[in-house]
Each structure stands twice: as C-alpha cells, then as structure tokens.
Design a protein around this ligand. Structure first.
Ligand code: TXA
Ligand code: MG
Length: 340
C-alpha cells in the first residue's frame, strides 16, 4: 500500500478515566488528531471546523480528499445547528434522531448556509453527515470538547475498520497524537448511513441500526445499489472494494479448498478440505455477536496467514436480515476485486 508522507509523532495511549478523557478533549481542542472508541468502531477524530486538522485526518488515513467525513456531536441540537432546516426531510431527520440517538445512525442532510464545518470535511459537498454516537467515554469526550468532531473510521484507507485500540495502533501509530482506549466497541460494525438530502430516504450503508428499525419509523426505504459494478458510487467510501484484509476473501463457501481459513457462523460445517484455521463468529448463531467480532476476526486471520500458510478466507453463508445486512455488505466489499 502506498504510504503518503505524514510526519512521525509520538502517539499517546490514554485510558478512558477522567484524566484520559480530559487530555483527549484538550488535544482535540488544540487541533490534534485523537482516535477514540464509539459504539460502532474507533474513529479518527479532529476538529471539523479546522481546515488544517481536517487535512491531517485525510493524510493520516491516506484517504482521497473527495471522500467526505462524518461529523460527530454531543447532542442532536448541536448537530442540527449545522443543517438547513428547510430541507424536505428535516422533520423526518429530527424524529429519527429522537428515536435512535445517541446510537449507530448517521444522517446525511443539506448543510446550513452558515455551517461552521470546513468545506474540506465534506469534500466540498453541499450536504453534511451528522451523528451522535453512544458510549460513556465518547459522550463525555464530545461534551468536554464542545465542538463538532470529524471522525472517519481509524484505519488506513481501504482497510478493515478498528474495533479495538490495538487495531488503531497497528495502522496509525506515529501518525496521530493519541488514542483513547475505550475497550472493544459494543456493536463492532459502522453506523447505518441514511441519505435524507432529497425527498425520499435512501439507505447508503447498512450498519448498527437495522433497516427494519428505520422502516418502522419512516416507512419503506430505498436501498442504494452501490455494490453493482456498473453503479456510480455516491461517495468514494462506498466503492466496492473496501474493508479489505490482506488475504483474498470468498463468500458463501459450502466447500473448502486446502489452505483456506474458514470464517464460520453457528453450527455450519463446509465440505471438502479441513480448514487450515477455523474461526467462528458466533457459536450460538447470534448475529449481534458476529457483528461484534467480525473485524477482529478478519485481522486475527490475516495475522495468522504466514504461520498457517493460508491462501484465502472462505466465509460461511450468513444471515441476510437485521444486522446480517451490515455483515453481508462488509464481507462483500472485502471480497470485491481490489484496485491495482
Ligand atoms: O460508525 C461510523 O460511522 C464510524 C464511527 C467512527 O463514527 N465512522 C465511519 O466513517 O465509518 P467513515 O469515514 O469510515 O465512513 C463514512 C461514510 C463514507 O462512506 C462516506 O463516503 C460517507 O459516510 N459520507 C460522509 N459524508 C457524506 C456526505 N455528505 N454524502 C455522502 N456520503 C457521505
Ligand atoms: Mg471507514
């Protein structure tokens, strides 16, 4: 992977106690880059109002500047202060926020003409992705900072998202100012991204809040078809290949070839060769547990590749509804052809 130049610095490890949270908040207020756990995955945070800080976020991740960032807020009112209240779906957005925030739901809306978020954070778009994350430490942190925090997932661009502080350090040690260790993330996959910029809601990314739960509140929701090879991604982060471990990934495996690691679920057993490494996402067949473990499992298999002479990761058939939709999406992207 090409390594864009970023100055080397010492990355502080902070505990999620009072002092650690205060230190993390201070660094953020001063324009630093601080990774922290949310209920979904670890975010790489920085002041969304500072062009310099936002540029450092893109640099540290090696992320194309055309891919916009989600802004994180302590409260719904702070988030909606950045939004154009004449948007057709503004009231729907308010109701969704009331029902699901703090929680793993991101809303994309037209930005307010006087929004303080710097244009680079939204890649120059007239829209803004807002989110109020859940978790004692991240909620306290955002309250202390009192400013909008832009935070993409704290991984190098195109790689698997981090669900533990150690995952962040594997890819960003020396490239960010600090990581606030808030333990393993409760949900384990990213927030659901719902596009409310038009007159009908569109699901852009399945995630921690299920489509079924959203439809219970707003009726039928269109699902963006960005997985199709022919569709034009709405944003580069929705490109087909993403969330990629180093090993190739093969989905819906009913038959194993020699050298394949098997990422399985429940009591599913494949035919063919014995797995070179067997990792079960949830012995009990619980989809929440599987989501919680997914990214750590992909990293674990990658780390064991040399020791077990692995050639690929074969994935068992997984559920399609509820959180299964997010699992299927992340694994499909992990399996998609990689850019050269
Ligand atoms: O759970 C999450 O959402 C995590 C935690 C840290 O909050 N964040 C996260 O950010 O997953 P990131 O940057 O890895 O993914 C954000 C996605 C990208 O696909 C991006 O293209 C899309 O949201 N996005 C952000 N702003 C957008 C906008 N204005 N219009 C369309 N898509 C947008
Ligand atoms: Mg990401």
């Amino acid at each position: 992977m090409p390594m864009p130049h970023a100055p080397s610095r010492t990355t502080e490890r902070l505990d999620h106690d009072y002092d650690g949270i205060r230190r993390a908040a201070r660094l953020l207020q001063q324009g630093g880059l601080v990774a922290f756990g949310t209920e979904t995955v670890y975010g790489l945070g920085g002041l969304a109002t500072s062009p310099h800080t936002v540029e450092r976020i893109f640099q540290a991740k090696g992320r194309p500047s055309s891919n916009p960032l989600i802004c994180h807020f302590a409260t719904a009112d702070a988030a909606f202060a950045e939004i154009d209240e004449t948007a057709p779906l503004y009231e729907m957005a308010r109701s969704l926020a009331k029902a699901f925030w703090p929680g793993p739901l991101t809303l994309i809306l037209p930005r307010h003409a006087e929004s303080r978020i710097c244009p680079a954070a939204t890649a120059g778009l007239k829209t803004l992705a807002i989110r109020v994350p859940k978790g004692r430490a991240v909620e306290e942190l955002l309250q202390h900072v009192g400013q909008p925090i832009a935070a993409p997932s704290a991984n190098r661009s195109g790689r698997v998202s981090p669900s533990q502080a150690s995952h962040v350090l594997e890819e960003l040690d020396g490239r960010i100012d600090a990581v606030l260790d808030t333990g393993p993330c409760a949900v384990g996959v990213e927030s659901t991204v719902l596009d409310l910029t038009g007159t009908q809601p569109i699901l852009r990314r399945p995630g921690g809040i299920t489509l079924e739960a959203l439809e219970g509140l707003c009726g039928p929701i269109n699902v963006a078809d960005h997985m199709s090879a022919h569709s034009q991604p709405n944003a580069p982060g929705q490109a087909a290949s993403h969330y990629a471990p180093s090993l190739p990934v093969r989905l819906n495996a009913t038959h194993l070839s020699p050298g394949e690691a098997f990422l399985t679920f429940g009591d599913y057993i494949a035919e063919g060769a014995a797995p070179a490494l067997n990792v079960n996402l949830s012995l009990e067949g619980n989809v929440e547990e599987a989501a919680h473990r997914l990214f750590a499992a992909l990293r674990q298999i990658d780390r064991s590749a040399a020791r077990h002479n692995l050639t690929a990761i074969a994935v068992a058939p997984l559920p399609h509804d509820g959180l299964g939709r997010a699992l299927q999406d992340r694994l499909k992207r992990a399996a998609a052809p990689r850019p050269a």
